[in-house]
Write a protein that binds this ligand. Structure first.
Ligand SMILES: NC(=O)N[C@@H](O)C(=O)O
Ligand code: NI
Length: 159
């Protein structure tokens, strides 16, 4: 069974898969009479002719070591996850290799940070760590099949 390490996420390491949803070093602009920083357009919603929708995922947790056996992708739209609580969580992604997922990577996402997965990016399902958690999710609703799932040989994520 393949084993991979949970590694701290960075914008650079995650760039092939999507964007980090976290304030930038400096705001794009100040709004509301200077009382509010706008960190503008951290990511774009890809909706492939459908509608962008906002949901809440109330997810059970997983613990390490975690055996990932399923990867999925949404070919028609992006999917953004923003934690509503204050716990770190895990995002598993994988490169595409000829229409199938390659070797997964497991990223530790710090508390209060979200990610946007670009359309077509292979990923594991939502994985809060050790404690159930709520996430705001922005993704796509509309015509067409927007969920492709692949069962993989177990890849165990270790601390
Ligand atoms: N299927 C679903 O809505 N959730 C997954 O897309 C996921 O990424 O968690
Ligand atoms: Ni998904």
């Amino acid at each position: 069974m393949d084993r991979i390490k949970l590694t701290p996420i960075s914008a650079e390491a995650f760039a092939p898969y999507g964007e980090l949803l976290t304030p930038r070093a400096a705001p794009s602009r100040m709004i509301n009479a200077g009382r509010c920083e706008r960190h503008h357009a951290l990511a774009q919603v890809q909706r492939g002719g459908g509608e962008a929708i906002i949901s809440i995922f109330r997810s059970e947790a997983v613990s390490l070591p975690y055996a990932c056996t399923l990867l999925e992708r949404h070919p028609l739209g992006s999917q953004a996850f923003m934690p509503l609580g204050a716990e770190p969580w895990m995002s598993i992604v994988a490169p595409d290799e000829g229409g199938k997922p390659g070797a997964p990577l497991a990223f530790l996402v710090p508390a209060g940070m979200g990610v946007n997965l670009r359309a077509g990016v292979w990923h594991g399902v939502l994985t809060p760590l050790d404690h159930a958690a709520d996430f705001l999710v922005v993704d796509r609703e509309g015509e067409g099949v927007n969920l492709e799932e692949v069962t993989i040989a177990p890849v165990t994520v270790e601390a």
